[in-house]
Design a protein around this ligand. Structure first.
Ligand code: SF4
Ligand code: SF4
Length: 140
């Protein structure tokens, strides 16, 4: 029997997300501090899970801005300072630059494209259009 591929809607709202600055991309900061890393996860395992995601969708064809395991290692605080001085916050995803995500939309992890925060949920008109675009395969 042929397998059925289940796809979920993708939500794309560049204007809103640019204004927000990518709050949901704080993947190396734990939930208690406002990030998205679960409290019960080990940092290295969490990073490995994301690596698998990046590899699966082709995101890793884009050169990352830093290595989270190296930068967040005890004793490497100077690397954090150096990145912050360049406007790159290492609490955020290694692909989040000053202008937002540096991965082309088509290569971003599904977890990112499927995510709809409260702000996007409130923008009924915009999210409906985005969902229609996805159905029409118009998302680039
Ligand atoms: S999905 Fe929501 S939290 Fe994430 S960047 Fe867009 S507006 Fe911000
Ligand atoms: S891949 Fe892009 S959208 Fe996804 S968490 Fe990283 S910076 Fe954010």
């Amino acid at each position: 029997m042929a397998k059925t591929k289940i796809t979920r809607p993708h939500y794309r709202a560049p204007k809103i997300c640019k204004e927000c600055g990518g709050h949901c991309c704080q993947i190396y900061k734990n939930v208690a501090d406002g990030g998205s890393r679960p409290l019960d996860s080990w940092f290295d395992e969490w990073c490995e899970d994301w690596e698998a995601e990046f590899e699966h969708c082709g995101a890793n064809k884009t050169k990352p801005l830093f290595d989270p395991l190296e930068v967040h290692m005890l004793g490497n605080e100077h690397m954090i300072e150096a990145l912050l001085a360049k406007g790159i916050d290492p609490d955020y995803c290694k692909y989040r630059g000053k202008e937002g995500c540096i991965i082309p939309w088509k290569n971003r992890p599904n977890a990112c494209k499927e995510y709809k925060c409260t702000k996007l949920s409130e923008e009924h008109r915009i999210t409906t259009i985005i969902a229609c675009e996805c159905i029409a395969k118009a998302v680039v």
